[in-house]
Design a protein around this ligand. Structure first.
Ligand code: ADP
Ligand code: MG
Length: 708
């Protein structure tokens, strides 16, 4: 039956999932929790990858790292409980070779079904293990001897999991939704001109193709997201995000803001008290900010400046302008440690001016929290803290300026929450976003389409560039001697422990724990190897007070060597620290290495950064280390990063702060960005209603979800 495209209610894209067979209230609720409400949402629930069950691979032909399907018979079953339960099942086939399936979780029923002699069809990634070829937790099916094996006739899509919905059920739902994809062009939102020179398939064809790729398609191309169908949808998604950011910018601007009229008396007093003069770049950026603040439409400005370029003091002057006009300022940082550093820096600058900051983080509880909230509500001029500042019960009296440091750690949409926090609830605060994450220009235009950009393109004078060396971790003893020598000359050093488990996301709680353990171990070892040296420790699992105490002792010079995790990656500023050693540097991405290295080279002394690695190095790791040795220019590093980040390089969206994409990855798809800009301009000028539909299609749900 063809839907009637003339009435909105019949728009197939907007049909609710409840119309699908088997979509009862419980299932619908689980889908809704993931932002899936309509058929279109299901069409855009795109596969993460594909499994090829269209053919069998003889065990003898299995290759390490490749996914394959095998049909064989169980030859042996072995259970063991050393450490944790494990089940090993040996399977042989007609090729005469055998394969071990390994399971770490299994049910009794599973165990009963897997008896010697049983015919089994399994699918998984082959790995060369200790005992020959293995598959860990493969998918499998036991086949009775008289069952005829029917191979699939197309690739099986593997969908991003949805809590409470089984993979088979999910695949069935998506398939049912796809059956209702209209044949017509009703779904095509983009004119061919939006693609420029690119030849890309139509929307409907791209969606169908990605859910149901024909057998024989180039799986490697799909895995690298280079297929035209993927590019087609990625381009459209990037475009939708671009349009959405520009729309949000317009709507913010329309809401209005307090025009701040500062006479500059406080600023003059602060400038006089500083031990340095602002650089020309800092002054230029401050001028741009002051211009913005004096207007009655909200500032939406990003200050980009390499690590160590002096963004904090720029933020301080901006804050003074607002405070002098009688308004409130909120300063937020992504980590407790960084927020705490800012609180100290601002205290030193502002207390002589009679301005005291209120401290607020998620860890401030009970009476202290109530007191902080009361002061904020009463109009305290400056509030410093973490994301907790964004939370609902924090009500400001006259919030006029919000400063967000190290923006890349915040989600793009998160800052929009601030919209409702402005003075008298109608106006929005001016927003100043600061980041060191050097991202290439095209990418910045996409990520920050809602912001004006100022660049601090000059480092304070007198800095000597950090000398960077890469050293094999086997030469640790030699390094210990060098540290001893440096410390005995009054220098201070960081020893940075990084994640060694590749499987963990750097911000996952498990990863924080592993990092913390590595740091504890390193701390013990170094304390033993460097007798007489005062060694300190700071990691993400310590209590805030303990972290503060360690940082304060390091700043005061009471600690000579600070063993730390990547919690010190952003914002930490101890100018006397001039030596940094980074463990497992080969595992880190360029952006992170650059941030870490930025902790040294802040004083007048010559600084050194030692990147320790374990051999053998992959080609990509070798190149990253080479880039770090060659340059300290954040923008050069960012470009190199983009160039080097091939598929499979794990860096994540943490860098760009662009979460929530379904198919696009602005880093990976950077080549599409100029065309995206172009198409966005054209659409906004000529077909704004199409922009609305694109935004609804791609992020309508996601935005609501982020603001929830
Ligand atoms: P980042 O841009 O990485 O946030 P910071 O604001 O932490 O850099 O500044 C790095 C260091 O440089 C701090 O110790 C700061 O006091 C100092 N600094 C900032 N501006 C200047 C300047 N114009 N001259 C000398 N030192 C400066
Ligand atoms: Mg900073």
């Amino acid at each position: 039956m063809q839907p009637d495209a003339s009435s909105a209610g019949a728009d197939p894209a907007r049909r609710p999932v409840t119309g699908l067979k088997g979509a009862g209230p419980a299932l619908t609720a689980r889908l809704a929790a993931r932002g899936i409400a309509t058929l279109q949402d299901l069409w855009l629930h795109l596969p993460l990858r594909y499994e090829d069950r269209t053919r069998l691979t003889p065990i003898r032909a299995l290759r390490h790292g490749e996914s394959a399907q095998v049909l064989g018979r169980i030859e042996a079953v072995e259970r063991s409980f050393r450490g944790r339960p494990m089940l090993r099942v040996a399977v042989g086939d007609e090729s005469g070779a055998s394969l071990v399936l390994r399971f770490f979780h299994f049910h009794a029923a599973q165990l009963r079904a897997l008896s010697v002699g049983t015919r089994i069809l399994c699918h998984g990634e082959a790995r060369g293990g200790h005992f020959g070829v293995e598959m860990v937790h493969p998918g499998y099916r036991v086949l009775a001897d008289d069952v005829e094996l029917a191979l699939g006739d197309r690739l099986d899509p593997v969908y991003p999991a949805i809590e409470g919905v089984g993979p088979v059920q999910l695949a069935r739902l998506v398939s049912a939704a796809l059956d209702q994809l209209p044949e017509s062009d009703a779904l095509e939102l983009l004119p061919a001109s939006a693609f420029g020179d690119l030849t890309l398939p139509r929307w409907r064809d791209a969606v169908r193709f990605l859910h149901r790729p024909p057998p024989g398609v180039d799986l490697a191309e799909l895995a690298q997201f280079r297929h035209p169908a993927q590019q087609r949808l990625a381009l459209e998604e990037l475009l939708a995000h671009q349009l959405s950011l520009r729309r949000q910018r317009l709507s913010m601007k329309r809401q209005g803001a307090l025009a701040l009229e500062a006479r500059g008396a406080l600023a003059r007093r602060l400038a006089a008290a500083l031990p340095f003069r602002l650089t020309a770049a800092q002054r230029r950026v401050l001028h741009e900010i002051a211009e913005d603040l004096s207007r009655s439409e909200p500032m939406l400005r990003l200050v980009q400046g390499d690590v160590g370029s002096g963004k904090t003091i720029v933020a301080a002057f901006a804050a003074l302008a607002a405070i002098e006009s009688g308004a409130q300022v909120a300063l937020m940082a992504p980590t407790e440690l960084l927020a705490e550093q800012h609180a100290q820096a601002f205290a030193a600058w502002f207390e002589p001016l009679g301005i005291e900051a209120v401290w607020l983080s998620g860890k401030v509880k009970g009476k202290a929290r109530a007191a902080a909230l009361a002061r904020i509500a009463a109009g305290a001029p400056l509030v410093i803290g973490t994301h907790a500042l964004l939370q609902e019960p924090v009500a400001f009296a006259r919030l006029a300026l919000v400063i967000v440091d190290e923006q890349h750690r915040f989600g793009v949409h998160q800052r929009l929450v601030l919209r409702d926090k402005g003075a008298d609830g109608r106006q929005v605060p001016h927003q100043l976003v600061m980041t060191a994450t050097p991202i290439p220009r095209t990418l910045a235009m996409t990520a920050y389409a809602d912001l004006d950009v100022s660049v601090i393109d000059e480092l304070p004078p007198g800095r000597t560039p950090v000398q960077t060396v890469a050293i094999d971790a086997l030469r640790r003893d030699e390094l210990i001697e060098r540290i001893r020598a440096a410390l005995s000359q009054g220098r201070q050093a960081y020893w940075v422990c990084t994640l060694i488990e590749e499987s963990e996301e750097p911000s996952a709680p498990g990863a924080v724990k592993i990092e913390a353990q590595a740091a504890q171990t390193a701390h013990e070892l170094l304390t033993e190897q460097l007798p007489g040296v005062r060694v300190g420790l700071v990691h993400g699992r310590m209590k805030p007070a303990e972290k503060q105490a360690a940082m304060a002792a390091f700043k005061a010079g009471d600690i000579q060597l600070l063993v730390a995790t990547t919690v010190i990656e952003v914002g930490v500023d101890v100018p006397n620290a001039s030596l940094m050693l980074v463990e497992n540097a080969e595992r880190l991405g360029l952006a992170q290495l650059h941030q870490l290295r930025g902790r040294v080279g802040r004083g007048a002394q010559a600084s050194t950064c030692v990147l320790m690695y374990r051999s053998p190095l992959s080609q990509a790791a070798r190149e990253r280390l080479a880039v770090m040795r060659e340059t300290s220019d954040g923008f050069r590093i960012a470009e190199k990063d983009l160039e080097l980040r091939g598929p499979g390089e794990l860096l994540g969206t943490r860098q760009t702060g662009l979460a929530g994409f379904r198919i696009a990855d602005p880093m990976r798809d950077a080549a599409l960005l100029p065309q995206v800009q172009h198409a966005a301009d054209a659409l906004l000028a000529r077909a704004p209603h199409v922009a609305d539909r694109l935004i609804e299609r791609w992020i309508g749900q996601a935005v609501r979800y982020a603001e929830a």
